[in-house]
Design a binder for this molecule. Structure first.
Ligand code: IVH
Length: 676
């Protein structure tokens, strides 16, 4: 029988091997040499065939199969691992004089020995180290604090420019280091998509790269189109490597790493300065972000001789580009009204070229910001763009200030509805209190209500909402549930909504009645109650009535809900019109209480506070675990707290307070006993 089964699987094994090799080769040509050797369909076909075979014969699957590139494995939590070689950082400077000093000092220390420098790009991303044994990728770890980092191997495998199996010759055991960057084009596309789906966009490609490496779902990471730029190689004693940095990068390229070609050997300070200049000008032509230039002594035998300072090597230095800054006239200020009535002033600028794009507008944040910056009419503003994609106003160009310039007069009335603006004690900005009569607030609330993360009525875009509003059919969110088919048909300037459109719309509205309570709560658009806050509140109180009856104090005790939010929630429910809307939504059949599938009810009726770090859980995990056993999690200890679960390094404040209030402190082991 055994004999037969091994004979049976042989053709499959051969085919899998063949597919792995071919897909690896095609990937390599595509990502390293920009060459497509087959059509997308053909490639996908082979990938699917391999996936299917791996599903049928999991015991034959190669752990480094190209199917790993597609992701699919889920990262539970990212294990912390110690770096075999600490990940040092470099001394860095914004000043050319300090680069001159570095060069002179190095030359002096090397005392006549012939040597050269390499200049290369300083990639603006996330540093990671990749361990290879016998040519195979075995581990990928983020820099972390330089000594320990997070194991992100599963996600790293999805990055096409990280070789899983090396080619040609390679050292048996070594670590490749480099930076994971998010190329501008894919960053833009991804952020646009996030915004369309109601997710917070990333501030810059670096944050996006870092967030992507920490994604739980590696299939999601695979979609992110990250790029790995290799810049360093190290091996344990006794494993030979080429004796120049330049040679090592060349060697790495032959093994299959993507090493950017923008590296140059320089013999003196003039050549170094020229390289810096070239890239300071040319950096925005690159498809990814760089924030400076790294200069290294090329001859690796000299590295030991130069040694290390407390935290960085003496044989290298980073020159950082200054954030690009321009001065441009402020033409006017527009005031935008958000769905909660918050006013955001926006500077309309004379268009100016900055960091690869034309800047026309920049936020002025709020009245406080304008006052602090002392912005006057007719001023020229200083605009900066560092690693950020979004330009920032960093000051007033005082050289261009005109004599007798008058400070900007902030508006006192809403630009949309004319209501007198309100600025509450201690608040940095103004808001329009006319929430029921101010057009952008009404439409904004409706837009928020139907958005994907709220009620998910995605057939209702902004134009449709406008249409329903101007036809007098929808004034508030509850009106959506009273819409009738005959009211909808024929709506629009050229009767855009017809039978099918009306049916789809009503079906989507009907389907939204299945949306869970926590999302209904988020959809209401209460100020400061975001997705996470809504979830916490929903789980804590369980239903709308309990939430509506809660006091400010009780609300503020809920994990992740602060005093400001608590106050906003109370105020919102204190408004009779809001309560009417909630009642109408209830009558329409929306979910007003949660049903959570729980592991047990062992902690029912108890409120737990957690503190410190745990062996079996991350902090988020233990909180979820408590809720899964029917308990409530609170952020602060009070008379209502049942237990304080103490982990390692518990805060002394929490301990004191628990002791004072007589709250029982239990260990992680005791918690496990109680729940398992
Ligand atoms: S060399 C021991 N080269 O910049 C020297 N670093 O403080 C190891 N970086 O966190 C670093 N581009 O992640 C080197 N071409 C490059 C680099 C680079 C970016 C990052 C690196 C490190 C920081 C330097």
């Amino acid at each position: 029988m055994d004999l037969f089964s091994s004979i049976d699987t042989e053709p499959a094994r051969q085919r899998m091997d063949e597919l792995c090799k071919e897909l690896d080769r095609l990937n390599y040509e595509y990502y390293m040499n920009d060459r497509s050797l087959v059509s997308d369909e053909e490639f996908d076909g082979m990938m699917r065939e391999l996936q299917e075979l791996e599903r049928q014969y999991p015991e034959l699957a190669n752990p480094l199969s190209p199917t790993k590139r597609v992701g699919g494995e889920v990262n539970k939590s990212f294990r912390q691992v110690e770096h075999r070689f600490p990940m040092l950082s470099l001394g860095n400077t914004y000043s050319i004089e300090e680069i001159e000093e570095f060069e002179a000092r190095t030359r002096k220390l090397l005392d006549g020995v012939p040597f050269s420098y390499t200049c290369e790009l300083k990639y603006d991303g996330v540093a990671i180290g990749l361990t290879y044994r016998h040519g195979r990728l075995v581990q990928a770890v983020t820099r972390g604090n330089g000594r320990v980092g997070d194991d992100i191997t599963t996600n790293a495998k999805t990055i096409p420019t990280i070789p899983l199996q090396l080619r040609g010759e390679y050292p048996d055991d070594f670590e490749a280091r480099g930076e994971v960057v998010y190329p501008f084009e894919s960053f833009k596309t991804m952020n646009a998509q996030r915004e369309a789906e109601g997710d917070e966009p990333f501030a810059n490609p670096r944050n996006a790269a870092s967030g992507s490496l920490k994604l739980q779902d590696s299939a999601e990471c695979a979609k992110r189109k990250l790029l790995f730029c290799m810049y360093f190689m190290m091996a344990p004693d006794g494993v030979p490597l080429p004796d120049t940095h330049f040679g090592r990068l060349d060697y790495a390229r032959q093994m299959g790493f993507k090493v950017q070609p923008y590296i140059q050997e320089c013999k003196d300070i003039d050549e170094i300065k020229e390289f810096i200049d070239t890239w300071d000008q040319g950096r925005w032509e690159l498809p990814f972000g760089i924030d400076g230039i790294v200069i290294k002594v090329n001859q690796t035998a000299l590295w030991d001789r130069l040694g290390l300072t407390a935290k960085s090597p003496r044989w290298a230095i980073a020159y950082k580009f200054k954030a690009e800054r321009v001065s441009t006239p402020l033409e006017s200020i527009s005031y935008q009204v958000g769905r909660t009535g918050v006013i955001t002033p926006v500077a309309n600028l004379q268009p100016v070229w900055l960091g690869g794009t034309t800047v026309r507008r920049a936020t002025l944040v709020n009245a406080d910001f304008i006052e602090k910056m002392g912005i006057c009419k007719g001023d020229h503003l200083l605009i900066e763009k560092g690693g950020e994609i979004i330009p920032k106003v960093v000051g007033v160009d005082m050289d261009k200030r005109q004599a007798g310039a008058m400070p900007v007069q902030y508006i006192t009335r809403c630009p949309e509805c004319g209501a007198a603006l309100v600025r509450e004690e201690g608040e940095a900005g103004h808001y329009c209190p006319n929430s029921d009569g101010c057009h952008p607030q009404i439409i904004g609330r409706l837009e928020h209500f139907v958005s994907r993360k709220a009620m998910g009525i995605d057939t209702l875009g902004p134009e449709r909402l406008e249409l329903l509003y101007s036809a007098g059919l929808v004034r508030n969110v509850a009106d959506l549930y009273d819409l009738k088919r005959e009211q909808l048909i024929g709506l629009g300037s050229d009767a855009t909504i017809q039978d099918k459109g009306a049916d789809n719309l009503l079906a989507a509205i009907e389907a939204s009645k299945e949306v869970p309570f926590e999302r209904v709560l988020f959809a209401l658009g209460i100020r400061y109650v975001g997705e996470v806050g809504a979830k916490k509140l929903a789980r804590y109180f369980g239903n709308m009535d309990a939430l509506m009856a809660a006091t400010e104090e009780e609300l503020a005790g809920v994990e992740d809900v602060g005093e400001v939010t608590a106050k906003a929630v109370c105020q919102w429910f204190a408004d009779a019109e809001h309560r009417t809307v909630v009642e109408r939504l209830r009558t329409a059949g929306l979910k007003m209480s949660g049903e959570w599938k729980m592991e047990s009810q062992k902690l029912a009726g108890m409120t737990l506070v957690v503190s410190g770090t745990f062996e079996h859980f991350s902090r988020e995990e233990i909180k979820a675990d408590i809720e899964n056993h029917g308990g409530k999690v609170s952020g602060s200890i009070s008379g209502k707290t049942t237990y304080l679960v103490a982990g390692e390094k518990m805060g002394p404040e929490k301990q004191k307070k628990a002791e004072k209030l007589g709250v029982k402190i239990i260990t992680e082991a005791e918690y496990m006993d109680m729940t398992r």
